[in-house]
Design a protein around this ligand. Structure first.
Ligand SMILES: Cc1cc2nc3c(=O)[nH]c(=O)nc-3n(C[C@H](O)[C@H](O)[C@H](O)COP(=O)(O)OP(=O)(O)OC[C@H]3O[C@@H](n4cnc5c(N)ncnc54)[C@H](O)[C@@H]3O)c2cc1C
Length: 464
């Protein structure tokens, strides 16, 4: 039995939260996007929240927790979608939001504390050097850089720069291990993969060094199409224009905008499919030239329709599409699927409309392993778990791997299989298995056969 009074005494000089309601509140993330996880994780809570303000306090916290065999679950802003930051086995919820300094901005790179908000990093980088992060989740305004690197995959900007796992996006990580005397390691090059998207199971990130890109002051554009196939083919053509500077290319099928996008009320006509885009001002003429050969209408341009008060278009994209729908209908959920290149457009159109009225298409164009491809984050009118599995099987049968947002383990969600590099590093950095327990199946069940499953979601990052 853990003596919580004694642990609090050990950590007396560090900010903690003990109030039960507050602790429970901070033990949540956006797991409720999934009706399956909503039921399964409802009662999950930590015993204590600890908020280190600097690396020395972080080390002190890990040392004290290690000595008492207390599980530790890190948290940035708690915007993850699959219960990643939820402490399945109780213990300490390690809130890193006070470690928030933006330390250094140089040409092409930024170094920040793990708890720094993405929006603060962009604001600072723009003010100091007219740069910004190459990519960010649509939760730019709320999420932290440590949470993005450890729980996210990519997002706005991935159409140009690929995902977090692509070499050259995450440049370096300062990581604290979970040992009797925690070590501080600087991981660089391929070693960053020991931590990226590992849900904090393999070490606690204290600092992140990320690549930056020029900040162009993007122009939001919303296009309307009568035909979804035309919208998708246009989106591919735009994504494939390497020299045309863009940060977002998002096709969304009717009736999603009409039913669920309150901010676009009176902007999107009935039965119209849309493509959201962010285009650099200097690329606008090239964009207009491209557009001329497509049957599309311009429904909104951020540089012209300045009287409208719309959110930035990225807050209608990625997982904000689902959030907009959930604001209107709590019966909505979603799935995540990759339409692999080179026949991603054909795959989308093969499945479009064929899965039933309860599946509504939302795509995000990206660079994936160096090629233009697209992810699907279809909205789904939830009926039951059996139907979700049926939809998953339809995708699989069409050669489109899903990565379930209805599971909280690394293997069942994004990675599709045990990551041997992360497993080996966990043995070194967290030999007692105290970091975010329950999230890495391979650790809990060494006989798990995930390693034999076909395909790694990120083959290049996995060393192939
Ligand atoms: C509306 C909405 C839109 C979203 N859009 C996107 C998107 O476009 N792309 C995308 O990738 N994700 C997206 N997400 C998921 C999520 O917002 C992002 O991944 C975000 O970057 C997570 O940051 P966070 O600070 O909230 O992390 P948290 O949710 O707090 O943590 C995420 C994971 O990282 C671990 N962690 C946090 N900090 C550390 C640390 N310092 N060291 C070690 N482990 C740590 C946590 O334990 C957890 O496993 C979206 C979520 C929502 C709700």
């Amino acid at each position: 039995m853990t003596d919580w009074g004694a642990l609090s005494h050990d950590l007396a000089s560090i900010r903690t939260v003990v109030d039960r309601a507050q602790v429970k509140l901070r033990s949540r993330d956006f797991y409720w996007y999934s009706p399956i996880l909503k039921k399964r994780l409802r009662d999950v809570t930590a015993d204590l929240v600890v908020m280190p303000a600097n690396e020395a306090e972080l080390i002190e916290t890990l040392k004290a927790c290690h000595a008492r065999r207390v599980p530790v679950t890190p948290r940035g802003a708690g915007t993850g979608n699959y219960g990643q930051a939820m402490p399945l086995k109780g213990g300490v919820l390690l809130d890193l939001s006070l470690m928030s300094a933006v330390r250094r901005i140089e040409p092409g790179r930024v170094r920040a504390d793990a708890g720094a908000k993405l929006i603060d990093i962009d604001t600072e980088a723009q003010a100091q050097s007219r740069q910004e992060q190459r990519m960010h989740p649509s939760t730019l305004r709320t999420a932290t850089i440590g949470g993005f690197v450890c729980g996210g995959s990519g997002g706005v900007g991935s159409v140009t720069w690929g995902g977090l796992r692509d070499r050259g996006n995450v440049l370096g990580l300062r990581v604290v291990t979970m040992e009797s005397s925690p070590r501080v390691l600087e991981l660089r090059g391929d070693d960053v993969q020991k931590i990226v998207h590992a849900y904090g199971t393999t070490g606690i990130v204290a600092e992140v060094e990320m690549a930056l890109a020029p900040a162009y002051g993007w122009i939001d554009v919303i296009l309307g199409f009568d035909d979804f196939g035309e919208a998708v083919r246009f989106a591919h053509a735009l994504a494939a224009q390497d020299a045309l500077l863009k940060k977002l290319v998002t096709p969304i099928a009717a009736p999603i905008p009409q039913l669920y996008f309150r901010p676009l009320k009176n902007i999107v006509p009935p039965d119209t499919h849309i493509v959201l885009a962010m285009i650099a001002p200097l690329a606008m003429e090239a964009f207009e030239a491209l557009l001329r050969s497509w049957r599309a209408g311009v429904l909104h341009r951020g540089d012209r329709d300045t009287g409208r008060s719309l959110p930035p278009v990225y807050e209608l994209s990625w997982n904000h599409t689902t959030l907009q729908a959930l604001k209107v209908d709590r019966g909505i959920t979603y799935h995540q699927v990759l339409y692999p290149a080179p026949d991603h457009v054909a795959k989308v159109m093969h499945l479009h409309g064929a899965q039933g009225d309860d599946v509504m298409d939302h795509l995000e164009f990206v660079r994936f392993d160096g090629q233009v491809a697209c992810f699907g984050l279809p909205l789904i009118r939830f009926s039951d778990e059996r139907r979700l599995l049926e939809i998953e099987a339809q995708f699989a049968a069409s050669g489109c791997p899903t990565f379930s947002p209805h599971a909280y383990t690394l293997e069942e969600g994004g990675m599709k299989r045990v990551d041997p590099v992360q497993l080996a590093f966990k043995r070194e950095a967290d030999p007692q298995g105290l970091l975010n327990p329950g999230k890495m199946i391979a650790w809990e069940r060494p006989d798990h056969d995930g390693a034999r499953q076909a395909g790694h979601l990120f083959p290049a990052a996995a060393g192939r």
